[in-house]
Design a protein around this ligand. Sequence first.
Ligand SMILES: [Zn+2]
Length: 84
Amino acid sequence: MKIPRKQFVENYAQRSGIESRFSSLGFLDCDGETLIALPCECESALCEGWAMVSPSAVDTHLRMYAPEPLKSVYSDAIKTPSPE
Ligand SMILES: [Zn+2]
């Protein structure tokens, strides 16, 4: 079930016991690491249409779990041009 991004971030912050002052931007500050809420279309039945992702996991998330057309657009954008 898809919920608004701000709501997802606030719920996540509450569950994790962290401050949610940047929730309207889709960010959370978690022990000095910035987490970002990205659109999600994973297989989980509990998926709320968003995932809180750490910086090191952004690339994997966008390539594996982002909904279309985001996944395709991202994959195309980072594709290494094939030599001619
Ligand atoms: Zn998901």
